[in-house]
Design a protein around this ligand. Structure first.
Ligand code: SAH
Ligand code: SF4
Ligand code: F3S
Length: 438
């Protein structure tokens, strides 16, 4: 049934990873099998991200490289999807004569039709945002190879308009999926053997806030926890301003809820937070962290930080470092601020020299390396419940994630894949643990 090959490259966040999985399963019905070799592919799709600068240029460069393959006379469909596609639309078709398809973030359902057209030589761009009624029926539910851990989309889009961020412009308004659909999908996943679900959205903890008949996010978590077979629940990403006491309470009394939370602060300075339009202060962020730690002392926190936001002074930056000292993240993603066209922050004057921003990033990363090392070292000698997901890094090893979301490699038999086992941690690496089976 497969007579064609599809090559996809995915950039950016988990939304894009999910969309790519969905594209693979949609195009399988048209006879496309996935391949890792662009040169052999009948169709090439770049699923793009535009959250930081240089995104468009990166896409142009990558396409220019891939196009080498198209020159050998064979017809190859070239497509761009994701957030750069959403932003640039028709413009991409105009600029790149060899490009066949541009598919926006709300238009994946049109892809099969677009690909059939492209097979006949048609060029097409679809980037219209669709209305919420229709979107409710188009929420991605992924069919694919069976796995133990799966992302399940619970909401899409974002209404927060943080002043630096392009996401609301490229993913559209926030919409919560019907809880009935979410629970049905997770029940089905559990029946297929899935043990862990990661509830996915740009801002999952505002789930249900704009709907009349849906549960709140904490209520949704409790409903998911009731599903037999699902042993562990995570979620990503949360916005600190929507981190309610009810949600914090879940960490105390929903045992299936993982003991790790990603709570991006972005900055530790009140004036920068204000300019970022984040909707919380340093002290209210820290108060939430303290509540989480009080209710679940072993909770592990990860986050995102932006350095060099326009107007960030040395003092502001010191505030960010001191926030990190207070929170003690096990890990962070840190970025140098990058202006995005169309966002509010792009209009601010940004006269901080690049070298200063880079020096700040270096200091911040150095501090984080210390924290990561110290926090992970403290796990040596402790016992973790690990969901064994596959073979480990070295021969004879198996591996999986512990409650805190870190990979643990340990000697063991592959027959344990799919089960939870207790593992004693013997060594901490920067991104993983080594352990032994108990
Ligand atoms: N919805 C998520 C993540 C969005 S993008 C959230 O709100 O947490 C992921 C991260 O990219 C952000 O948390 C932020 O740290 C970073 N980011 C977004 N826009 C950026 C920009 N213009 N420059 C630098 N980093 C940015
Ligand atoms: Fe971007 Fe802010 Fe929305 Fe996150 S919450 S996606 S940072 S606008
Ligand atoms: Fe990037 Fe779009 Fe995700 S801009 S971070 S792929 S929502």
């Amino acid at each position: 049934m497969f007579d064609k090959l599809l090559y996809i490259e995915t950039f950016g966040c988990q939304m894009n990873v999910n969309d790519s999985e969905r594209i693979v399963s949609m195009l399988a019905e048209l006879g496309y099998a996935p391949t890792n070799e662009a040169s052999a592919a009948d169709m090439i799709l770049l699923n793009t991200c535009s959250v930081r600068g240089g995104a468009e240029e990166k896409v142009y460069r990558r396409l220019a490289n891939l196009r080498i393959y198209k020159r050998d006379g064979k017809k190859q469909i070239i497509a761009v999807g994701g957030c750069v596609a959403q932003q640039e639309g028709e413009e991409l078709l105009r600029k790149l004569p060899y490009l066949d398809l541009v598919i926006g973030t709300h238009n994946l359902h049109l892809l099969p039709d677009m690909v059939r057209g492209a097979e006949r030589g048609e060029r097409r761009s679809e980037t219209t945002f669709i209305d919420n009624e229709q979107r409710l029926d188009l929420f991605p539910s992924i069919k694919g190879e069976s796995r133990l851990s799966r992302f399940v989309t619970v909401m899409q889009g974002c209404d927060n308009f943080c002043s630096y961020c392009i996401v609301p412009y490229v993913r559209g308004r926030e919409i919560s999926r019907r809880s009935a659909d979410i629970l049905k999908e997770i029940t089905q996943l559990a029946e297929e053997g899935v043990k862990e679900v990661i509830l996915l959205g740009q801002n999952v903890n505002s789930y249900g806030l704009n709907t009349e008949h849906e549960p709140s996010f904490p209520e949704l978590i409790r409903l998911v926890a009731k599903i037999d077979g699902i042993e562990r629940i995570r979620f990503t990403t949360s916005h600190p301003k929507d981190m309610s006491d009810e949600l914090i309470a879940c960490f105390a009394d929903v045992p299936k809820l993982s003991g790790q939370i990603h709570l991006p602060a972005q900055s530790g300075s009140d004036s920068v937070l204000k300019a970022m339009k984040r909707g919380y202060s340093r002290s209210s962020y820290l108060e939430k962290i303290h509540k989480l730690k009080a209710i679940r002392p072993d909770i592990v926190i990860t986050g995102d930080i932006i350095v060099g936001f326009p107007g960030e002074s040395d003092e502001d930056f010191e505030q960010t470092l001191s926030l990190m000292e207070e929170v003690r993240y096990i890990d962070i993603f840190s970025f140098v601020y990058s202006p995005r066209p169309g966002t509010k922050a792009a209009e601010l004057s940004d006269d901080l020299p690049k070298a200063v921003k880079m020096a700040r990033l270096d200091r911040l990363m150095e501090l984080q390396r210390h924290h990561t090392r110290d926090i992970s070292k403290a796990y040596v000698g402790t016992v973790m419940s690990v969901l064994v997901e596959g073979e480990g890094r070295l021969p004879g090893q198996i591996s999986g994630k512990g409650e805190i979301g870190r990979i643990v490699n340990f000697p063991g038999d592959t027959s344990l894949i799919g089960t939870f086992v207790d593992v004693k941690i013997t060594k901490a690496y920067p991104n993983s643990f080594l352990g032994e089976l108990l």
